[in-house]
Design a protein around this ligand. Structure first.
Ligand code: URP
Ligand code: ZN
Ligand code: ZN
Ligand code: ZN
Length: 468
């Protein structure tokens, strides 16, 4: 890359720890220096490009640690490819995603990981890393985990849900946790009791309860709380850390909070859909609820206050999207007359930074907490800090100029995700991404896409930076 200098001038730089009116100098793709506005820089900075951020925020690019581009699920594929999904991420101010490579049952981790490297390679607009989904824990996949940790795939998702697909039994979970206790990997848990849920699904369908809203009813809060409790106890037995993904229920959060109160290295993530949507959406008429089918499911509105509180008290540390879009027409459709056949997942990679800024406007969290849960902590949790997740000398110049004043309406008409609906259709939010830099390259320029497929680089990760 030729030597280029970019100066972002006049903005309020917000990180997880500070807010400072400062100019940001970028050189060769990295943050070179910050200078407080009004401070005496001996020679004023020169630059090839000057970006005016007066009255704007200057924030680190978002780190979305939970996406599923092109995920094969329920007989179809998530509708965003790495190309379309990472472009939408850039539009939304997210400059790093961590997606999930999938092990097929009976196959090595290596094969799944290589397949996902190939899907992403040359296609991404922003940087990306991978977690590995363990679908088949056995002697050889346990050994492979060690090699993946060394290679930069340092986190492993296990499922207590989806029997016959991704499901692991308690013995497999314990063994994978024991392995992660020695190799430094972090187990990410989908905590729902899938065996019990499948009984309730069968009973609901037999009784003619086939609408999307029953997806929420059979995936009971108690079965998320029970699985969360069980995952915690198994991790304690294994002496392993644990990260619970997509926490949606107050009772599950209480299990996590209790474990954290014991001083254990357990972590939790929630997603915008659990903070802003509810079972009311799942009950939308004419099969409209199918748009909101995901697992863990949306919960009654009352759970939202507990999740916001958890984000404030740090019982939840990360907000990721679990971006896993399926079109309403042709994909969600597969479950007309049988909610269990609706592919699970919601679009959101483009909306996360804006929705969480709206949470600042609404008074749920502070500006610095916004950056902490959306940028800094996910980067630390998954071994990428301070390269990602902050604005500091030496960090990658992944920077967003954010206009906190402009109002916008979230809509399928204006979003860039490859999906035929918005989960937040018509929602008014205050704030908008204006300009985005990824490693110093402008990929969104005053709300025009100037990036390209292939700019995004694979980011091998270190181990969780919250562990010893
Ligand atoms: O409904 C969801 N969350 N789909 C994606 C797969 C998963 O469990 O994260
Ligand atoms: Zn100000
Ligand atoms: Zn999951
Ligand atoms: Zn997921």
């Amino acid at each position: 890359m030729s030597s280029t200098r970019t100066l972002i001038r006049g903005g309020l730089v917000i990180t997880a720890s500070d807010e400072i009116h400062a100019d940001v100098l970028i050189e060769d793709g990295r943050i070179a220096a910050l200078a407080a506005q009004g401070s005496a820089v001996s020679e004023p900075w020169t630059a090839d490009r000057i970006i005016d951020a007066t009255n704007k925020y200057v924030i680190p690019g978002g780190v979305d640690a939970h996406t599923h581009m092109e995920l094969p699920f329920g007989g179809t594929f998530a509708s965003d490819t790495f190309e379309t999904g990472t472009r939408a991420a850039a539009w939304g101010g997210t400059t790093t995603i961590v997606d999930f490579a999938v092990q097929s049952v009976g196959r090595p981790l290596r094969e799944g990981l290589d397949a996902w490297y190939a899907k992403a390679d040359g296609n991404c607009a922003v940087d990306y890393g991978f977690h590995m989904i363990l679908s088949d824990v056995n002697e050889s996949s346990l050994k492979e985990m060690d090699r993946l940790v060394e290679e930069g795939v340092t986190s492993f998702k296990l499922f207590m849900a989806y029997p016959g697909v991704f499901y692991s039994d308690d013995g497999q979970i314990l063994r994978a946790m024991q392995r992660s206790a020695t190799n430094g990997g972090l187990i990410m848990m989908h905590a729902e009791n899938g065996i019990a849920i499948d009984v309730l699904v069968e009973q609901a369908l037999a009784e003619g309860r086939t609408d999307p809203r029953y997806h929420g009813e059979v995936r009971r809060v108690l079965l998320e709380a029970e699985a969360t409790h069980r995952a915690i106890q198994l991790a304690r037995v294994a002496g392993a850390p644990l990260y619970v993904v997509h926490v949606s229920a107050e009772e599950a959060l209480a299990e996590l909070a209790a474990a954290r109160d014991m001083g254990l290295p357990f972590f939790g993530e929630t997603c915008p859909q659990y903070l802003f949507l509810s079972t009311d959406n799942l009950a939308e008429p004419d099969f409209g609820g199918a748009k909101y089918v995901c697992s863990t499911p949306l919960r009654p509105k009352e759970h939202q206050a507990a999740l916001w509180r958890g984000l404030r008290t740090n019982d939840l540390q990360v907000v990721s999207t679990d971006h896993c879009p399926f079109c309403f027409v042709g994909q969600k459709d597969l479950g007309r007359g049988d909610f269990s056949k609706i592919p699970n997942g919601l679009p959101g990679v483009e909306n996360r930074m804006d929705l969480l800024h709206q949470a600042v406007v609404d008074g749920h969290i502070t500006r610095r907490r916004w950056i902490e849960i959306a940028c800094a902590t996910p980067a630390r949790m998954f071994g990428m800090y301070p390269k990602k997740g902050t604005i500091a000398p030496g960090a990658d110049a992944d920077v967003v100029v954010y206009d906190p004043h402009t109002e916008q309406t979230l809509s399928v008409e204006t979003h860039h995700m490859n999906v035929d609906y918005s989960a937040y259709e018509g929602k008014r939010v205050t704030g908008q991404v204006e300009t985005v830099l990824s490693r110093g390259e402008v990929v969104i320029d005053q709300r025009k896409f100037t990036g390209r497929a292939g700019h995004g680089q694979y980011t091998p990760r270190g181990t969780c930076q919250y562990l010893g």
